[in-house]
Ligand binder design. Sequence first.
Ligand code: S3P
Length: 177
Amino acid sequence: MSSRCVILVGMMGAGKSQVGRLLAENLGYDFVDTDALIVKRAGKSVPRIFSEDGEEAFRALERDVIAELARRQSLVIATGGGALLDEANRRVLSALGHTVYLKASPRELYLRVKNDKNRPLLNVPDPQGELRRLLDARAPLYEKCDIVVDTEEIGTDEVVDLLIDELAKRTIETQME
Ligand code: S3P
């Protein structure tokens, strides 16, 4: 496997952190979660950053932590669902390595996150409708990833196995070029 990073993107509930941790273990890479880096830097939780400082402040922190990952190698990176909205983030992340979209429907995403209080954007009367609205706006960006995996009906282990195969194929192709 080459030392290029693997960058996981997709909506809240897509499984980026779970898949990322297991994939990193399998590849012998370190795992980084951009939300965790933001929380560490801000010294408070994501919901508190949103409620006390606002979404813009959260996005600025997100941009900073992603910029600092530039040129790193051998990492699996789980990004927050909104990371690709920012053009600078898109540039840094796509230069770092293989971008992977973990895809699922709003209904499935809702089932996965409905008991989780850590998503301030879903603190609204109709969270499933909000997931649909956000996904409609973001899907064109997500779909541009190098690899798209439909996670709707498969578990974490299977997603990781698929990714290991796909990444190995790409590494062999790169070596043959
Ligand atoms: C967000 C997703 C969250 C977190 C923040 C905003 C989004 O991360 O970055 O609440 O805009 O979709 P996860 O995708 O890991 O839940």
